[in-house]
Design a protein around this ligand. Structure first.
Ligand code: NIG
Ligand code: FE
Length: 410
């Protein structure tokens, strides 16, 4: 190091997995690494040996990482963690033989969470959601996406999105919100799907976007959700409002949702168990991220695997999310999703880690994080681990040693 920068934070003696493709095609490891932050960004990264005594002296704060593994903070790019109540009763019903779609048709499933969410106040929802968000943070997450979609009316969707924003403020992390008004048909519109779609597209979306509550627009494109034509109408409105789109696509059947999303230059198509070869190609061309959600696959005891080999062959970036939700993925650990992505979907541990960092950032349209390089945000996770493969190898347990968001300890 030639000049003498004054770092706000200087981390020394870490085993750094930068994930920076400019270093190598793997983890981008730096042994006995050091990292200096200024104004919440990474200002320098290299070997501890190369940090001069003067630089150490001038740093506002120096931390000896004692050879702990350091990675980018994890990014959970797909959660529904704001909701009222829980669905442990349906878990029990499924174990007694009922299936997810049948429970949904009988007015349970998403709609039972809608009832509980509508009944909860904003403070109530916040109090219920915060511990879930804290669990993700305790597991190394420093950026979160949170969807609405358990309100299905203007005021409850607004309440959910406001709670999502408040979670970001309360925890000092970035929360990206996705408006999921087309998640299910609310009971009051059971016989008027088109009317509800119009309400979502023409009133809820523009209103909530105008209130600054929406970062992206999502929908559930499925036989038990919304048709591609209805989703297209929503996406047209999102485009008019300048909002990026993403989609719950091909989770239970092939609706061509991923290709539709790609045709709008969508950020991501998520789930994808029933994705076709055409869908993969469309995603590859558009640069749409494939968000894999092995927690839902696992909880639904799905047997059809997403077409991992084909996604890989076409160079579609694969992210991994928790899908934390009360129905199909009561999963409060992103690392566990990474483990499942490896064991169930056969991702490599490197793919899983990229899926929880750099590709997850891309699925949220965030270019400033997800890998450790000069100029990126200093969102960091330090681990009680030596090798990055351990992050998806261990099942459960407390692996996170500490994390930093924009250079500040959380
Ligand atoms: O990502 N697929 C639709 N949405 C959620 C499930 C929501 C629920 O069951 O409450 C999902 O799996
Ligand atoms: Fe989901």
């Amino acid at each position: 190091m030639t000049d003498r920068p004054r770092f706000d934070l200087l981390l020394l003696h870490a085993r750094i997995a930068t994930l920076d493709p400019e270093r190598d095609a793997g983890y981008g490891l730096i042994e006995d690494g050091a990292l200096g932050c200024i104004d919440g960004r990474i200002a320098w990264i290299g070997r501890s040996d190369d940090v001069s005594p003067q630089t150490r002296e001038q740093a506002a704060r120096v931390v000896d990482a004692e050879q702990h593994l350091l990675t980018p903070g994890l990014i959970d790019c797909h959660t529904h963690l704001v909701f009222g109540g829980d669905r442990a009763d349906e878990f029990e019903m499924r174990l007694e033989g009922a299936d997810y779609a049948a429970i949904a048709r009988a007015g349970g499933g998403i709609l039972s969470s809608v009832r509980a969410t509508r009944a909860a106040s904003e403070d109530d929802l916040l109090a219920q959601a915060l511990p879930r968000a804290r669990d993700l943070l305790a597991d190394g997450v420093t950026t979160l996406e949170i969807k609405s979609g358990y309100g299905l009316d203007l005021q409850t969707e607004r309440r959910m999105l406001r709670v999502a924003r408040r979670i970001g403020d309360a925890l000092g992390i970035t929360v990206r919100t996705s408006f999921l008004g087309l998640h299910a048909l609310p009971p009051e519109c059971a016989d008027d799907a088109e009317g509800y779609v119009a309400e979502v597209c023409d009133r809820m979306l523009p209103t909530l976007a105008g209130e600054g509550l929406i970062d992206a627009v999502d929908a559930f494109c499925e036989t038990i959700g919304f048709t591609p034509a209805q989703v297209r109408r929503l996406f047209d409105q999102a485009r008019t409002l300048g909002l990026p789109v993403k989609l719950h696509a091909e989770q239970l059947s092939d609706q061509g949702g991923a290709a539709l999303t790609a045709s709008f230059g969508g950020l991501s198509a998520d789930h994808l168990e029933y994705l076709s070869e055409d869908g993969v190609r469309a995603m590859a061309e558009a640069g749409t991220v494939a968000v894999l959600l092995p927690g839902a696959f696992y909880a639904l005891r799905e047997t059809k695997l997403p077409p991992i080999e084909s996604l890989r062959a076409h160079g579609v970036p694969m992210a991994v999310g928790s899908d934390l939700n009360p129905g199909t993925a009561p999963m409060r650990s992103l690392r566990l999703a990474g483990n499942m992505a490896c064991t169930l979907f056969r991702l490599t541990p490197l793919e899983a880690l990229r899926g929880m960092t750099v590709h997850a950032a891309r699925a949220l349209g965030l270019g400033d994080r997800g890998l450790l390089a000069v100029g990126k945000r200093a969102d960091l996770a330090m681990w009680n681990a030596r090798h990055p493969a351990e992050l998806s190898y261990w099942i459960g347990g407390r692996l996170n040693h500490r994390s930093y968001v924009a250079g500040r300890p959380v």
